[in-house]
Design a protein around this ligand. Sequence first.
Ligand code: NCD
Length: 307
Amino acid sequence: MLKGRHLIEPDNLTTGEIDEICLLAERMIVDSASYRDICRGKILAALFFEPSTRTRLSFEAAMQRIGGSVIGFSDAAVSSASKGESLADTIRTVAAYADIIAMRNPKEGAALLASRVSRSPVINAGDGGHHHPTQTLTDLMTIRALKGAFSGLTVGLCGDLKFGRTVHSLAKALSRYPGNRFVLISPAELAIPDYITGGVFAPAGIPWTSCERLEDVIGSLDILYMTRVQRERFFNEQDYIRLKDSYILDAEKMKLARGNMIVLHPLPRVNEIAPEVDADPRAAYFKQVRYGMFVRMALIAKLLGVL
Ligand code: NCD
């Protein structure tokens, strides 16, 4: 039963519940008209203390496509946080107005704190460099649609694996399915945190390797998950400038990849995928955007308990 639950990190859902949400999202794709009024009278609060295009708008579009309405803000500067209000007080207040809350906040752990004081379900739409579970549902939907399963995959995670919250959530989610292995491609300074390799891969018996050159390993991958170097999480602009163009996926590198590899990216992209790759049938990042809206429609409906 998903009704009334919070979604803070991927582990809050069982694999069975993930299947349930993806299945509903698939039904919504083929027959959206049947679902357009299921959340009539319900309100989603979209609280974005950090910039967002896709995640915020896809939550808003998702809620409106199932008949609900949306309140919220897209900039912390226009909320009472700028007057010094605590997050707990903001959430208690908003939970009195809204049936469900989607929140993005630059601080790791903010969503967990919000869930502890909220009477409405809280969905973590990104807490600093920590987790981003609805991007993971989006990624899983895309993998299921294009690869047919979540297991037996060699997954390359490339770019900023240190600060990239989408990577942390996806690694955690895919580690629960059998036969997956990870290839971690990053500069040493942007390596994945130990809590993923030691705390997630090791206990699950997930094989992984790491390397710095994408071209050395691209030919072995079923999925290549590219990420942006997370400028906003750097302490020092010089480090960002030095590392920002560590990886650029282009047509030359795509020639080394398998014919059935897919390229995912949570977006926004900066330089890490050359626009020439967009026309390659293996480029799946704009398909991913569309799945993201449907999977959020399904998630909201389940957490509100309307289906
Ligand atoms: C990601 C995020 O916010 O973590 N974007 C998204 O939600 N689609 C990735 C990023 O910002 O690089």
